[in-house]
Design a protein around this ligand. Sequence first.
Ligand code: C2G
Length: 130
Amino acid sequence: MKRVLTYGTFDVLHYGHINLLKRAKALGDYLIVALSSDEFNKIKNKKSYYTYEQRKKILEACRYVDLVIPEDNWEQKILDVQTYKADIFVMGDDWEGKFDFLKEYCEVIYLPRTPDVSSTQTKDYLNKTI
Ligand code: C2G
């Protein structure tokens, strides 16, 4: 039973997120998503359209996601890997190298981002068309 762990805000869920979640799940049998809390988004300077609870509900409806846990800070990853017995840590390659410190605890894989789609782009487009 290979357990995969990934992190993110996943606001205004789009096919780039789904591509990431699908490939992450395909690396194992069980996918845990640590979802950025609204407070942590502030620390990341990210303003999400949907609240944590709304983003959690949307992610839980995704067939590739088995468990959603909160991401509250930058420092929790090592403890999360140990607590949830993650075998593989996965992130999009915009984070390439940033989490290599986890290699002591689990496999670290960066996957190519899906080009030309982002929550920001979608929100900007919708703002223009309203
Ligand atoms: N992603 C992707 N392709 C896109 C957009 C996003 O593969 N077109 C991936 C990102 O690389 C990330 C995941 O989808 O692995 C979630 O993206 P965000 O919600 O933007 O995550 P981010 O704000 O980068 O948070 O501690 C880590 C942070 O919480 C990561």
